[in-house]
Design a binder for this molecule. Structure first.
Ligand code: ZN
Length: 382
């Protein structure tokens, strides 16, 4: 029988091997982000186990950042690195246990369908060749990667400053790969010249899209932080080039363009739903903002049955940290509608899919759907 091999020495990889002596009791640990404060993302390759009943135990699951997120969670697996299907998983006595008999000799397992830096670069190289698209850099990350900005709009500036500025960022928390899958759907629809919603939007608005604001954390296989272990979504009040150049550079560009609408895309480890969190905790939160948030939610409910507004975060749950969060700080600073959109790691419990759970494809559909509410609210954003 061939020897087993497990590796994570690739883009986004994360696992440590404790014991690989027998397929029935593979013992693993998730490697924490730099700084040891956070972990939950895992992504590894297993070779040599074709046709063998494997039991993989993630021994340190109980200490993960959101241990309650393991309840009713199922890991994803892939043979071809394209299709990621769910495999039997349970959380028991503080361990996450994955039971799987691979049909192929080489198989990958992950917390959610990975989104590689290579794919990111390929996609941007492709979209910049479409009319009205410019791929620009905001600066560099601490590991030296470009912070990519996709600008989509009427480059002739036909409407001048009357054009609305719409910003969307994704993957502040790099393990939340569904956020970048969503961005693919949103960008693809915006660039579909046969789509009347996209055409109407681009007649009057400019889009500033940051599909991956945390490339270092993504490549390093982090859950939540950048190259020096900083949680970017607590840096928006006072970012610095030493700790959080990703945030510093985005805010700097926002300051020069202005912002009329901001969406920040995330994944939630625990709740099996799509939901938005608004700015109700902001000190200057107004009646007008409350109405805009409600209108956006209502429009999104109409166009995406995968979205809901029953389950989500409680208002004010971030307390004194509120203005350090991206959507709160941007809403506060620019006086604009500003929302965090959360997608599930698990599934949408209201419309479950037993084979794939929540998936890249469903994330893309939600990204496409976002354009409807944006168009519906366009006249009220400024
Ligand atoms: Zn997040």
């Amino acid at each position: 029988m061939t020897a087993l091999s497990i590796s994570a020495a690739f883009d986004g990889g994360n696992i440590e091997v404790v014991s690989l002596d027998c397929a029935e009791d593979i013992q693993l640990r998730i490697r924490p982000d730099v700084g040891e404060q956070f972990y939950q993302w895992f992504y590894y390759r297993l070779v040599g186990a074709q046709g063998r009943d494997c039991r993989m135990r993630l021994l340190n699951a109980a200490g993960a950042s959101y241990a309650q997120g393991w309840e009713d969670y199922r890991a994803v697996a892939s043979y071809d690195r394209q299709t990621w299907f769910r495999v039997p998983t349970r959380y028991q006595q503080g361990e996450l246990i994955i039971d799987h008999c691979p049909e192929q000799n080489s198989v990958y397992y992950a917390y959610f369908a990975p989104y590689s830096w290579e794919r990111h670069q390929d996609r941007l190289a492709a979209v910049q060749q479409q009319p009205g698209v410019q791929v620009d850099t905001l600066g560099c990350s601490l590991d030296g990667r470009e912070l990519d900005l996709v600008h989509i709009g009427n480059q002739t500036g036909e409407h001048g400053d009357a054009r609305l500025r719409i910003w969307v960022t994704a993957r502040q928390h790099p393990g939340e790969t569904m956020a970048e899958w969503l961005m693919e759907g949103l960008i693809d629809r915006l660039l579909d010249t046969a789509d009347p919603v996209s055409r109407a939007l681009l007649e009057r608005a400019e889009f500033y899209l940051v599909p991956n604001i945390n490339p270092d954390g993504s490549v390093r296989g982090h859950l939540r932080t950048n190259a020096v272990g900083v949680n970017l979504n607590r840096e928006w009040q006072a970012p610095s080039l030493a700790r959080s150049p990703e945030v510093y550079r985005v805010l700097e560009r926002m300051q020069s363009t202005g912002v009329d609408l901001y969406l920040d895309i995330h994944g939630d480890e625990t709740l099996p739903y799509n939901f938005v969190a608004g700015c109700a905790g902001n000190p200057d939160f107004s009646v007008r903002m409350a109405e805009l948030e409600r209108a956006f939610t209502t429009e999104l409910l109409h166009v995406s049955p995968d979205f809901q507004d029953q389950y989500g975060y409680t208002a004010n749950q971030f307390g004194a940290e509120t203005l350090t969060l991206a959507s709160n700080q941007v809403g506060h600073r620019f006086g604009c509608l500003s929302l965090t959109l959360e997608l599930p790691f698990k599934d949408n419990a209201q419309r479950p899919d037993s084979r794939y759970g929540w998936s890249p494809q469903r994330s893309q559909h939600l990204g496409r759907a976002l354009l409807g509410p944006i168009l519906a609210l366009l006249d009220r954003l400024r």
